[in-house]
Design a protein around this ligand. Structure first.
Ligand SMILES: [Zn+2]
Length: 260
């Protein structure tokens, strides 16, 4: 990982504007991890992809992300500080759901591609959902259909006794068992947080979308950078590429001198 320069942030923001959120995540990784091809990123299990995004996010904006949530009981707006190091396994987890994270290897390389599950009389061979599956499932009409489409895409084969069965014929109990097994194998694929409202005591669960969160931050940062370029170009007549190459500290100093 090499982090993201000011130029990278503007390039990512510009390229990602018209992209689907799944493609945006890959565009961000492409700039932050030049050794990881887009094709390889697209095949990473979702939790591993998000772990890389979070590691990159920590390098660009620091360890703590401040997420927000609205209490479904009373409407209170909550700010939730989340340490990237805690959810990617270096410290204790924020809630019980993430405790499995620490057992997962951080490296991208050590991954098995196929797994098996026995559920009743069904023997299922499957792989973990990746960005290609997420993009394909996103066109489903509702969340339940999307979940089913995602899981079915990842089933390599199903046997019932000695008979080969189509993935669409799997009973709901086996589908649930499969979803549970996938969650155990790739726990960062869904980052769920148990929240308690300080106002009314209501308890609920929020799911964090690391890719969407990071994208929103990058978009804000890109707009901030553009406004710095605008101010300095007006004050000194410098070109965009020269202003961005200055580095944040020098830019801030010149902005001060320019009376911004
Ligand atoms: Zn509340």
């Amino acid at each position: 990982m090499r982090g993201l320069t000011a130029q990278d942030i503007l390039a990512v923001w510009e390229a990602g504007q018209d992209q689907h959120p799944v493609d945006r995540a890959l565009t961000v990784l492409e700039h932050g991890f030049p050794d990881l091809t887009r094709e390889r990123s697209a095949r990473l299990p979702l939790g591993q992809r998000d772990r890389l995004l979070l590691e990159l996010r920590a390098k660009v904006f620091g360890d703590v992300m401040t997420a927000s949530a609205r209490c479904p009981g009373c409407g209170e707006q909550l700010e939730i500080p989340i340490a990237v190091s805690a959810i990617s396994g270096q410290r204790s987890a924020v809630s019980g759901r993430q405790s499995a994270v620490s057992r997962q290897p951080s490296a991208v390389s050590r991954q098995r591609s196929a797994f098996s599950l026995r559920s009743g009389k069904y023997a299922v061979r499957f792989r973990l959902p990746d960005s290609r599956d997420q993009a394909a499932a996103a066109v489903s009409p509702d969340p339940a259909a999307a979940r089913r489409a995602l899981l079915e895409r990842c089933v390599i084969s199903v046997r019932h006794g000695k008979q080969e069965v189509r993935p669409s014929r799997l009973p709901e109990t086996t589908v649930s068992a499969l979803a549970g097994r996938m969650e155990d194998l790739d726990p960062m694929a869904e980052l769920a947080f148990d929240l308690t409202c300080p106002q009314c005591g209501n308890q609920w669960e929020e799911v964090l979308d690391p890719a969407g969160f990071f994208w929103a931050e990058l978009a804000m940062e890109a707009q901030r950078l553009l406004s710095e370029v605008h101010t300095l170009a007006q004050a000194y007549g410098w070109r965009e590429q020269d202003i961005l190459a200055l580095g944040a500290r020098r830019r801030q100093h010149y902005l001060g001198l320019a009376g911004s």
